[in-house]
Design a protein around this ligand. Structure first.
Ligand SMILES: [Zn+2]
Length: 151
């Protein structure tokens, strides 16, 4: 399961009640994106909730693909967001706190941690492969990125 399958909407039941709809817990579920991130539903929400959801839509759902938001861009952008927070030195708990205050989303710190571990391992493997192939530029980039995430 991808990490984006483990990102949840905080208070999804209360939000669902405001919208008279069942909102799935998963932030990147099709039904959640349909209900929350498009259409006129947002007017029914309180200001704070609406602002967070609009921020999320602006930051992650703003691509112009024909099949937006089902094109994979939102998930890719969110993963980049997680990696950037990590590169800034935040630990898993802090990353969860930031996503909650930015977008009213949450995840279990353990899931974030194993996602970050996987990312580091993938980068290290990329670095090893590039080294075998004598691709210095890729190797350096991969090792540098792995170092930023692993601290
Ligand atoms: Zn897209």
């Amino acid at each position: 399961m991808a990490i984006t399958d483990k990102i949840y909407v905080k208070n999804h039941r209360q939000i669902g009640a405001q919208l008279d709809a069942d909102i799935p817990k998963g932030a990147f579920k099709g039904a959640t994106m349909d209900l929350l991130y498009r259409g006129k539903n947002l007017q029914k929400l309180d200001d704070t909730t609406r602002d967070r959801i609009l921020d999320f839509a602006e930051d992650f759902l703003d691509c112009s693909c024909d099949n937006n938001p089902y094109c994979g861009c939102p998930e890719r952008k969110f993963i980049r967001y997680l990696l950037e927070l990590r590169a800034q030195g935040l630990n898993a708990e802090e990353i969860v706190d930031v996503m909650t205050s930015d977008y009213m989303l949450y995840a279990y710190p353990g899931d974030i941690l194993s996602f970050l571990d996987d990312a580091v391992r993938t980068l290290e493997a990329t670095g090893d492969l590039a080294s075998v192939e004598h691709n210095d530029e890729i190797e350096q980039k991969a090792r540098q990125a792995a170092k930023e995430l692993a601290r």
